[in-house]
Design a protein around this ligand. Structure first.
Ligand SMILES: Cc1ncc(C[n+]2csc(CCOP(=O)(O)OP(=O)(O)O)c2C)c(N)n1
Ligand SMILES: [Mg+2]
Length: 320
């Protein structure tokens, strides 16, 4: 099986559908009061996590963002334990201590989502340095956002990765907004990938709504990184399907633009690719059904999981 034959495409579709339904179910649970704090849905951006991570080996690392559920699911986190984490329950990946913006797992090699915009980037460069020092061939994918490219840490991480030839691939999710600020108001370049040249690394801009395009864009950066030839930047153009977070109606998003992006919904694009590869509708429907069952289980597991005890919290913040 190659990644883009019918079976590979179906696996990518299943991951994308899992992310889509996880986010929709998480929003429902938020409205029911079962999830508190912030929640930033990845709706509309699924193809980026799916395509980028489908190109990786299980030993490769990722760092994620505040909009990180999709990265975690694509890297292999179980949606049941993810939902428990969002609920703040003991069965979550961080025993409920992290919540939506801090899902992480060492064994899955997800170095963590992050509430600080750009906060993962220094961690990615550090992990890349560790890999290089021990002579490893793993790669770190640093997911980052258009808003983070105006932060000092983005430039420092890009520069350090470049001068030390670190095996880091910066996957920039350009959804064209940082909360309500359009990227044209915070950058004077049309393509953020042009900034890669300033650090002496290759940079490309691709369609971030097509998982196969994202997957293919990973080929050369992965070859370079594994060969010790340093980092690359892949800018993936996309658009979120709603507001910045679950409580933001996103009224500032131009409705005609949103409609155009929704016509190229990552799941519609993947379904078209499946049909083209000869996959029957019944096979796609079977995947949708399986995903729904996992989501029902995720909500059940999260509801049934115990809350952390007050004693445990106090012990964890004790200075002794
Ligand atoms: C360093 C820092 N500054 C500001 C914030 C508040 N904040 C949270 S998300 C966000 C904008 C995010 O936009 P972008 O970086 O494009 O990511 P997106 O939400 O579009 O995925 C801001 C300003 C923060 N969390 N961290
Ligand atoms: Mg953005």
């Amino acid at each position: 099986m190659t990644v883009t034959d019918a079976l590979g495409l179906l696996a990518m579709y299943e991951t994308a559908a899992t992310i889509r339904r996880f986010e929709q179910r998480a929003i429902e649970q938020y409205r029911l009061g079962n999830i508190r704090g912030y929640l930033h849905p990845y709706l509309g951006e699924e193809a980026i996590a799916v395509g980028a991570i489908a190109a990786l080996e299980p030993d490769d690392y990722i760092v994620s963002t505040h909009r990180g559920h999709g990265h975690a699911i694509a890297k292999g986190h179980d949606p049941r334990r993810m939902m428990a984490e969002l609920f703040g329950k003991e069965d979550g990946y961080c025993r409920g201590r992290g919540g939506s913006m801090h899902v992480a797992s060492r064994s899955i090699r997800n170095l963590g989502a992050n509430g600080i915009v750009g906060g993962g980037l220094a961690i990615a460069a550090g992990a890349g340095m560790a890999i290089k020092q021990r002579g490893g061939t793993e790669v770190v994918v640093a997911f980052c956002s258009d808003g983070s490219t105006a932060n000092g840490i983005w430039h420092e991480a890009m520069n350090l990765s470049a001068i030390w030839d670190l095996p880091v691939i910066f996957v920039l999710e350009n959804n064209q907004y940082a909360v309500s600020t359009p990227i044209r108001d915070s950058a004077r370049v049309d393509r953020l990938s042009d900034r890669a040249a300033a650090y002496g690394m290759p940079g490309v801009t691709v369609d971030g709504n097509d998982a196969v395009v994202v997957l293919e864009a990973m080929t050369e950066p992965l070859r370079k990184a594994r060969a010790g030839e340093g980092p690359s930047l892949i800018e993936c153009m996309t658009f979120r399907h709603g507001g910045h977070h679950v409580n933001d109606p996103g009224l500032y998003l131009p409705q005609d633009e949103l409609r155009r992006w929704k016509e190229r919904d990552p799941l519609i694009v993947l379904r078209a690719r499946l049909t083209e590869a000869g996959v029957r509708d019944a096979a796609i429907a079977a995947v949708d059904e399986r995903v729904e069952q996992v989501m029902d289980e995720a909500v059940d597991v999260a509801n049934a999981s115990p809350n952390p005890s007050v004693e445990a919290f106090l012990a964890e913040v004790s200075s002794q």
